[in-house]
Write a protein that binds this ligand. Structure first.
Ligand code: MSP
Length: 516
C-alpha cells in the first residue's frame, strides 16, 4: 500500500503580487510533494488563494474595482502564472471565492453550531488588517516615524484598529488542555522544535474564545444562520484544506486525502497549530498530521515584504539564473525551519560554485570522457565499492532528512555525491588511465562509477530541479522520465546505455543583480 501524503501550502492573500517569500513556501511544498510522488506515495499537493477579508476589500476599493474583479485579476495575472513560472506541480488549486469552498464552510459552521461550540456575544478587540488578526498587548510595539506615539503591529509596523461589535464566537478557550495533550502525545505534530515550544507556551497562557464573524462589511462568506454576518477570514481560510478535499460532500474522497501536512511560515503557525486543531476537535475531524513552520526570508535583517518595499519578485531572479537554480538556491542555502538572509552575492556565489563548477562541470567532463574513451557507451562493469557505498549512504540520508522536513539536508546529501565525484576524478585521473592499455578495466570502472553517481544524483535532485535533473538523466543514458524513478532506490541505478550530450546546464553569469 502506498503511503498517503497530502501536503498543503498556505493560501495566499491576493492583495498584491507574489514575492520570493511566497515562492519559498510554494517551492518547498512542491519539493516535498515531488519527493513523495517519486517514492510512489499517494500524493496530493494543494495550494490556492485567500481572497476575502478587509485587506483585499480595501485594496480593491483603492484600485476602483470590486473585490471579486480584483481577486480574479490577481489570481489570473499573477498567482497562477507564478506557479507555472516556478514549475510547481500542484494537484489542486483552491480559491476561497469558489462555490465548493463556500459550501464546505457552511457545512462546517452548521456542524460546529449543532455541537454547541458557537455562541453570540459582545466583543472589543484590537485588529491588524495586515495580519487579519486580533492582537494582544504582547503583539504590539511602539510605532516610529508617522506612527510615533502609537502602538503598532510588530509585523506590519502599522497602527491597529479597535473593533467593537456583537459577533459569533468559537469556544476556543475550552480546548487548551486537549491541545497541550496533543503536543505531548505527538511531539512531531508541530515542527520544528522552536515553533512547537512557542505554540505550547501560547496555549499554556490560556486561550480566549475567538470572534469568528464580522458584521460591518460584507466581503466574505455569509454565516448560514445569520446573513448579516460574514465569517472571519482566517476561520474560513483554514477550512480550505478540507473544503478542497471533499469535506461534507464526498466522504470517500475526504477519507482518501485527509489528514494533511501543512507547510506554513512561522508567522502563521499559531493559526495552524492552535486554532485549526481546536476547530478539528470541535467538528470531530481527524487532526492534521503535521504543521511545519519554516523561517522567513530576510532582507536587511527584516522579514521581506511588499508592504515594507523589500519585496523581490521571483522573476527578477529566474530571468537571470533560471528556475531550477532559483529552486535549488532557496532549498539548499537556508536550513528549512530557520530564517535566511537573501543576497544577490550569495546566490551568485553558490550558483557558480555548486551548480556551474560543481554539478554542470562534473556532468560535462564525465560525458566527454565516455565519448572520448568508450565511444559514448557506458561500460557495463561493477561500480567501485566506495562510490556505491557513498551513493547508498546519500540516498539513505536524503530519505531520512525528508521525513524530518530537512529539505536542505536532503539536497546536501545529493550534492555530496557531486562533490565526491569531482574529487574522485582528480584522484583517478582517467586521462592517465586511458594512455595505458593495461588500465582499460580500471578506466571502465571509474567511468561507470561516475555515470552511476551522476544518475543517482539526478534522481535525488529531481524534486528540486526537475528540468536539470531530466537533462542530466538523459545525458547519462537514463531511460524515460527521471520523475518516474523510485527515489528510495536511486543508488541501485547503473548506466548501461549510451551517453548523449549534455546541454549547458548553468551558463556563467557576468552580471548577477539586475540593474534597478
Ligand atoms: N492568507 C494567509 C494564510 C492562510 S492559510 C489558511 C496568509 N497569507 S500571506 O500571503 O500573507 O502569506 C502566505 C505565506 O507566505 C505564509 O506562510 C507566510 O509565512 C509566507 N511568507 C510571507 N513573507 C515571507 C517571507 N519574507 N519569508 C518566508 N515566508 C514568507 O498569511
Amino acid at each position: 500500500m502506498p503511503e498517503r501524503f497530502t501536503v498543503t501550502t498556505p493560501i495566499y492573500y491576493v492583495n498584491d503580487v507574489p514575492h520570493i517569500g511566497h515562492a519559498y513556501n510554494e517551492v518547498a511544498t512542491d519539493v516535498l510533494a515531488r519527493w513523495h510522488r517519486m517514492r510512489g506515495d499517494d500524493t496530493w499537493m494543494l495550494t490556492g488563494t485567500d481572497e476575502h477579508g478587509q485587506k483585499i476589500m480595501r485594496t480593491a476599493a483603492a484600485n476602483g474595482v470590486s473585490p471579486q474583479e480584483w481577486t480574479d485579476r490577481l489570481v489570473e495575472s499573477a498567482w497562477i502564472p507564478q506557479l507555472e513560472l516556478l514549475n510547481i506541480a500542484n494537484d489542486d488549486y483552491i480559491r476561497t471565492t469558489s462555490e465548493r469552498h463556500k459550501v464546505g464552510v457552511r457545512i462546517f459552521l452548521e456542524r460546529l453550531k449543532e455541537a454547541g461550540y458557537i455562541y453570540h456575544g459582545e466583543f472589543e478587540g484590537q485588529y491588524c488588517v495586515g495580519c487579519e488578526e486580533y492582537k494582544t498587548a504582547n503583539d504590539l510595539v511602539p510605532g516610529t516615524g508617522e506612527f510615533e506615539g502609537q502602538l503598532v503591529c510588530a509585523i506590519h509596523s502599522r497602527p491597529i484598529e479597535v473593533v467593537r461589535e456583537a459577533n459569533y464566537f468559537f469556544k476556543l478557550s475550552e480546548f487548551g488542555d486537549r491541545l497541550l495533550a496533543l503536543y505531548e502525545e505527538r511531539p512531531d505534530y508541530v515542527q520544528p522544535e522552536h515553533v512547537r515550544n512557542e505554540v505550547r507556551q501560547f496555549v499554556k497562557q490560556g486561550l480566549n474564545d475567538l470572534s469568528i464573524s464580522r458584521n460591518t462589511f460584507d466581503w466574505g462568506i455569509k454565516v448560514p444562520w445569520d446573513e448579516t454576518h460574514v465569517v472571519y477570514v482566517w476561520f474560513e481560510a483554514l477550512l480550505n484544506y478540507i473544503t478542497a478535499n471533499g469535506y461534507g460532500v464526498d466522504d470517500e474522497l475526504f477519507a482518501r486525502r485527509w489528514p494533511a501536512v501543512h507547510i506554513v511560515g512561522k508567522d502563521i503557525a499559531r493559526f495552524h497549530a492552535v486554532i485549526w486543531p481546536a476547530m478539528q476537535m470541535a467538528a470531530g475531524i481527524e487532526i492534521s498530521s503535521h504543521v511545519f513552520g519554516h523561517g522567513w526570508l530576510l532582507v536587511g535583517g527584516e522579514k521581506m515584504s511588499k508592504s515594507k518595499a523589500t519585496g523581490i519578485e521571483p522573476r527578477q531572479i529566474t530571468e537571470v539564473f533560471g528556475v531550477d537554480a532559483f529552486r535549488y538556491y532557496f532549498m539548499s542555502a537556508i536550513a528549512f525551519g530557520s530564517d535566511g538572509s537573501f543576497s544577490w552575492e550569495d546566490l551568485d556565489a553558490r550558483y557558480h560554485a555548486e551548480l556551474a563548477n560543481g554539478l554542470g562541470n562534473l556532468a560535462s567532463r564525465v560525458i566527454a570522457m565516455v565519448h572520448k574513451y568508450c565511444d559514448g557507451v557506458v561500460p557495463e562493469v561493477a561500480v567501485d565499492a566506495d562510490i556505491l557505498a557513498l551513493t547508498t549512504d546519500a540516498v539513505g540520508r536524503a530519505e531520512r532528512a525528508i521525513d524530518r522536513f530537512a529539505i536542505d539536508e536532503a539536497v546536501d546529501a545529493a550534492m555530496s555525491i557531486v562533490e565526491r565525484l569531482n574529487g574522485y576524478i582528480t584522484e583517478q585521473a582517467p586521462w592517465v588511465l586511458a594512455k595505458d592499455e593495461a588500465q582499460r578495466d580500471r578506466l571502465a570502472a571509474v567511468l561507470a562509477s561516475n555515470v552511476h553517481g551522476i544518475g543517482t544524483a539526478a534522481i535525488l535532485l529531481a524534486p528540486v530541479m526537475p528540468d536539470t535533473a531530466q537533462k542530466l538523466w538523459a545525458a547519462v543514458g537514463g531511460e524515460g522520465d527521471v520523475l518516474a524513478q523510485r527515489i528510495q532506490a536511486a543508488h541501485e541505478w547503473q548506466g548501461t546505455g549510451r551517453v548523449t550530450t549534455v546541454p549547458p546546464l548553468f551558463p556563467r553569469i557576468e552580471q548577477a543583480q539586475p540593474a534597478s
